[in-house]
Design a protein around this ligand. Structure first.
Ligand code: ADP
Length: 473
């Protein structure tokens, strides 16, 4: 589908923008370039639909979500191909993302039936306290290009399960996957207006409406920290609830008691997945003195073997970066690190394939004064820092305004407990390189965000408590 989806209708607009394949630069489609008026129309549709949707029996909402899940899985291959075409990630990763994204729809279809309130002891013999859990209302979702499918389902499935209606504004680079999801929701029988998708070539104009319109009660955003801060400020006037999944600066600590081979496996997964373009990708490797050279050598050997290319081709594990700005950021971080004494171990430049393909890179002897120590690279660059003591590792890991994901490898059980408790992060992976699942609460602390997605905590974000006091009994 190449039209936007408002109130159960496929909408075109006067202006369009091109969606391009980042591997080949071919134009895939033209989609409507919508503006503030379209955003208000979508919100009006969601507002009308909310009344009926919230009143449906939870079991009915659950059944419709289940059908959406089945429709997504029945089209797993087409969705994966579409995602690789517009986003660039290797086909195997796209297939994984469809399954991961669908798992939120499956899980929240089940949980829709378990949204329960409670009764509390009253404050007088003649009084009773009831606590209801109600849907917050119309929800808007602004999503990024790095997970074109899963970032939508992770927000929409719990919102819909709770009884909210949704307006989605997908990233300008990847609107086609979002529109395909809407098509499948339509086929699954979701009522008109319950789920709407509007497309635009830039985020600001529509973002302003989605974060300021009084009919919207909650915004859920995944993207960069500066945009998240702006949206949060815009929400203040109408006191909206907000969930923010923002940037990270993930440390990956390798202690000297770790299984080094397992750490290298985890390192590859956490750093180079999606060509380094995930908010939980490792940004800094911190390695203890006496295993530093061993880890570095093993990591570099594996990184040199990563096959770069068009994600549609067999065996490719590193697709292109999303655009030229992404390439420039990686180049800037590499240049800065080398100027400040970093040692280039492998990679370091754009790939011979041209375009936005980039060589997977490892830089040793990284130091805290480098930009890679403070800023998220969002690309295939692994800077490796050295430390001596556990306290030093924790201090280095926490020396950032971000706090999304952290990883560490160790065997000593005391160390595993102490370090897990000392890391100022929303998520800590111990002897694991991958932690995303619909069963766990995903989210960050500090400037990495607000709120959680996935698990029952992710469902609570879309509910509001209502206290009813029954007196004079
Ligand atoms: P990224 O660097 O990953 O592209 P962005 O935060 O720019 O991160 O983009 C994430 C999402 O936010 C996209 O859907 C984008 O269109 C949207 N966006 C960008 N700027 C704004 C803005 N000023 N207001 C609202 N949404 C925006």
């Amino acid at each position: 589908m190449t039209k936007a989806y408002i109130d159960g209708q496929w909408h075109d607009s006067a202006r369009h923008f091109a969606v391009a394949n980042p591997a080949t630069h071919e134009t895939l489609a033209q989609v409507p370039d919508m503006g503030a008026e379209d955003a208000r129309e979508a919100i009006a549709a969601a507002d009308r639909a909310f009344a009926g949707w919230r009143k449906k029996a939870a079991k009915e909402r659950a059944a419709l979500l289940r059908r959406w899940f089945e429709a997504i899985m029945a089209h797993q291959e087409e969705l994966a191909q579409l995602m690789t075409l517009e986003q660039g990630k290797p086909l195997a990763e796209s297939r994984g993302e469809v399954a991961y994204g669908a798992s939120f729809v499956e899980y929240f279809a089940e949980e829709a039936k378990r949204i329960a309130g409670e009764t509390l002891p009253g404050h007088g013999a003649d009084k009773r306290i009831l606590v209801f859990r109600e849907p917050v209302g119309v929800v808007t979702a602004i999503t990024p290009w790095n997970f074109p499918l899963a970032m939508i389902t992770r927000k929409c499935a719990p919102a819909l399960a709770a009884g909210c209606s949704v307006v989605i504004k997908p990233a300008e680079a990847t609107p086609l996957t979002a529109l395909a999801l809407a098509k499948l929701a339509e086929e699954a029988g979701l009522p008109a207006g319950v789920l709407n998708v509007i497309t635009a070539s830039t985020g600001a104009e529509i973002g302003e409406v989605l974060s300021t319109d009084a009919r919207v009660r909650k915004i859920s955003f995944t993207g960069s920290t500066p945009v998240g801060k702006k949206l949060l400020a815009q929400c203040a006037d109408t006191v909206k609830k907000a969930s923010m999944e923002l940037g990270g600066n993930a440390p990956f600590i390798v202690f000297d008691d770790a299984d080094i081979d397992a750490a290298v496996e985890g390192a590859l997964l956490s750093k180079y997945r999606n060509t380094g373009q995930t908010c939980v990708c490792t940004n800094r490797f911190l390695v203890q003195d006496n295993v530093y050279e061993t880890f570095l050598e093993k990591l570099a050997t594996r990184v040199k073997a990563l096959k770069v290319g068009n994600g549609m081709e067999d065996g490719v594990v590193q697709g292109p970066l999303i655009n030229q700005a992404a390439v420039e950021k990686v180049q800037t971080h590499i240049g800065d690190a080398l100027d400040k004494g970093g040692r280039l171990v492998c990679g370091g430049k754009t790939h011979a394939l041209g375009g936005t393909f980039f060589e997977p890179t490892v830089i040793a002897d990284a130091t805290p004064d480098m930009r890679v120590a403070r800023e998220e690279t969002f690309g295939p660059l692994a800077p490796v820092f050295r430390f001596t003591t556990e306290e030093e590792a924790v201090a280095l890991a926490n020396a950032t305004e971000f706090g999304l994901a952290a990883y560490f490898y160790a065997r000593d059980y005391r160390r595993i407990w102490h370090v897990s408790e000392s890391l100022e992060y929303g998520m800590v992976a111990v002897n694991e390189g991958h932690l995303s699942t619909e069963l766990a609460p995903f989210g960050g602390v500090k400037e990495s965000g607000l709120g959680r997605e996935g698990s029952r905590y992710g469902l609570e974000e879309f509910t509001e408590l209502k206290y009813v006091c029954i007196g004079s009994l």
